[in-house]
Design a binder for this molecule. Structure first.
Ligand code: SLL
Length: 267
């Protein structure tokens, strides 16, 4: 190690974008019969990747190899799986399996030693079923024939790993590997996400892709949601004031009635 390896670049903040999530396919009858467990209905891949996609790829994200700063990723699956702890120590950082149910997967990221960072655990809810009844009633799991027509389910979350005051050596490694920029505008469907109702429909149209435009749209959705919360708070506050006034009025009426009742009747 060079002498300045343990020196921190104070005041510097550097981040690396990531996506994590899953893609799931409905198995055909033939595929199911070929499995040791014919009750499995889906084939899926859970992964940690770079957000930008390789050109003309049918994979969501994954253009960059993240092993320049990530040493290992542990995926912890549901108890129903044999060897539920899957350690992936080289890229691609992903696990493919078959199964019948959705569950929470914990994804533990271990950084390269130079980072001097503790491992980080994030969670992804494995998504197998396309949502139906969007906006009208509770979402339901559609029958497999319907899901088959819908095509693969893509459920991915964008996030950023932020490093504050990084060690000089780690900073050099990061700056030597700039992430591939995401396309500015949409060319493909947007990845499904529960916070974005529009993505439910869009995710039917093929392999989705993350873009810079999505960031702007997410900011707009957050703005809109904040305005709604502020408006609602205002409405409910006024209702509360109204009800408190009514309560006071009724209390006074009641007091007056009691006073009247207990007043001696003069003959
Ligand atoms: C559910 N709470 O009931 C969830 C559990 C478990 C999924 C889902 C395969 C297990 C095996 C599998 O799909 N487990 O290999 O038999 O929906």
């Amino acid at each position: 190690m060079a002498s300045n390896d343990r020196v921190r670049a104070r005041g510097v903040t550097i981040h690396r974008p990531i996506i994590y999530g899953n893609t799931a396919y409905v198995l055909t009858q033939k595929e199911r019969e070929a499995l040791p467990s014919p009750d499995h209905t889906h084939r899926w891949t859970v992964a940690l990747r770079s957000p930008s996609s390789a050109p003309d790829s049918d994979v969501v994200g994954g253009a960059d190899d993240l092993s320049y700063f990530i040493r290992r990723v542990n995926f912890k699956l549901h108890d129903t799986y044999a060897n539920q702890n899957r350690t992936i120590d080289k890229p691609p950082f992903e696990v493919s399996e078959t199964g019948w149910g959705e569950f929470e997967i914990s994804i533990r990221i271990t950084f390269i030693q130079e980072a001097g960072e503790k491992p980080l655990t994030i969670y992804h809810h494995l998504k197998l079923h396309p949502w139906t009844a969007v906006g009208s009633g509770e979402p339901e799991i559609p029958p497999l024939e319907v899901a088959l027509k819908h095509g693969p389910v893509h459920s991915w979350q964008y996030d950023e790993l932020v490093f504050c005051d990084p060690f000089q050596s780690f900073l050099s490694i990061l700056t030597a590997h700039p992430p591939t920029a995401m396309p500015k505008v949409k060319r493909r469907p947007v990845p499904f996400h529960t916070s974005n109702a529009a993505s439910l429909e869009a995710s039917k149209g093929g392999t989705p892709e993350f873009t810079q435009e999505m960031e702007k749209e997410e900011a707009e959705r957050l703005d809109k949601a904040l305005k709604m919360v502020v408006e609602d708070t205002h409405i409910w506050r006024n209702k509360q004031i109204e009800k408190e006034n009514e309560l006071n009025r009724l209390k006074k009426e009641l007091e007056a009635a009691i006073v009247n009742q207990s007043r001696p009747i003069r003959m």
